[in-house]
Design a protein around this ligand. Structure first.
Ligand code: KG4
Ligand code: ZN
Length: 339
């Protein structure tokens, strides 16, 4: 029987305090997430100082729960995986300090994980057949990356956003049309009642980067449209604006993914990150993949948004490749993928 490598994973890069136990990178034994969303909703977005303080309050409890849900103790753990970037520095530091403390006290090896590598690896948990190489679109509140996963731990970034991340655009547009924070799920919900062809918003292209994205122009187009309606005294139809905006984002994401699948001759395509839980985007991607004869992978919504199980999956492949972090591991807020 294959030896079980049990990883305790910790994630605290933004507004979720999370811990999980993952065996051999794929078998999720527990996945505990303490979300601060209600707290930040009062301010219309994540307040970094509040996030750090809440992480400190919650982290021990979340780790104890993750161990107990998995029916293990620290003595059973083979390695600790922790997100060390990118993210909010004060938030990341809580997880990193905690992971180092446990590693030092119990003599358990430590592995530093890139948050985006975690999002990509979320796909391994529910898809036992998924192995590199594959193409992955990571769309979250802070990132929009089109990545070729050449091998475990080997990433080639084909494209990225030049300005706003896809999730950020959802959040900003939601605020502008009076839906509040977090915008993604709210836009998706009202879009069901809207006409996606009601308003012709732009599909931005980046002239010198075929796989790069730009969402700030789309956001401005929505704001201009809202302004125009106001000047003309016209009532906006919230659901139509939401659905038209969502369609514009979806079209751009699908077109980029489709072009990269062709150019790089990929037969597997995965999505990841908070925005990947959007049903309209998933359906459009599934359809595109079906037309191209490409296998489509996506995590369950709970594994799309920030969680620690994805960090445990990524940490396993780093661990078996011999990667270890020392007691000098630090939070790196602008950590690049592949560094
Ligand atoms: O991956 P994530 O939890 O955190 C980051 O690493 O950024 O992603 C959060 C982002 C937010 O911008 C949120 O509005 C967006 O994901 N999001 C969605 C949906 N659910 C979450 N965007 C579109 N549709 C959704 N259903
Ligand atoms: Zn994330």
């Amino acid at each position: 029987m294959e030896k079980e490598i049990k990883i305790l994973a910790i994630e605290s890069s933004c507004d979720e305090t999370a811990a999980a136990v993952v065996v051999n990178g794929r078998d999720m034994r527990s996945n505990v997430i303490s979300s601060q969303i209600d707290l930040h909703t009062l301010y219309g977005g994540v307040v970094p100082e509040i996030a750090s303080r809440k992480h400190i309050e919650k982290i021990n409890q979340v780790i104890e729960q993750a161990l107990s849900d998995a029916g293990v103790t620290l003595d059973d753990i083979d390695a600790i995986g922790v997100t060390y970037g990118p993210g909010l520095v004060g938030a990341l530091l809580v997880g990193v300090a905690e992971a180092k403390a446990i590693s030092f006290a119990k003599g358990i090896p430590l592995v530093g994980v890139h948050h985006i590598e975690g999002h990509i690896s979320a796909n391994y948990i529910e898809n036992p057949d998924l192995e590199p190489p594959f193409l992955c679109l990571v769309v979250s509140g802070g990132h929009t990356h089109l990545v070729k996963v050449a091998d475990y731990g080997e990433y080639v970034i084909l494209g990225r956003t030049r300005d706003d991340a896809a999730g950020e655009a959802f959040d900003k547009v939601a605020r502008a049309i009076g839906l509040g924070y977090p915008g993604g799920p709210k836009i998706e919900k009202v879009s069901h009642e809207g006409n996606p062809d009601a308003v012709a918003f732009p599909r931005a292209k980046v002239a010198d980067g075929v796989y790069d994205f730009s969402f700030s122009g789309l956001k401005s187009a929505v704001l201009n449209y809202l302004n125009g309606c106001k000047m003309k005294g016209e009532q906006i139809v919230q659901a139509d604006v939401a659905a038209s905006f969502q369609k514009s984002v979806t079209d751009v994401l699908v077109e980029h993914a489709a072009n990269a699948i062709e150019q790089y001759h990929m037969d597997k395509f995965a999505i990841a990150g908070g925005v990947a839980s959007n049903g309209t985007i998933r359906q459009a991607m599934a359809l595109m993949c079906e037309e191209k004869g490409v296998k489509f992978y996506h995590p369950s919504p709970i594994l799309c948004t920030d969680n620690a199980a994805m960090i445990g999956a990524a940490a396993y492949y780093d661990f078996i490749a011999g990667k270890r972090a020392g007691m000098d591991l630090n939070a790196v807020p602008n950590l690049k993928l592949g560094e």
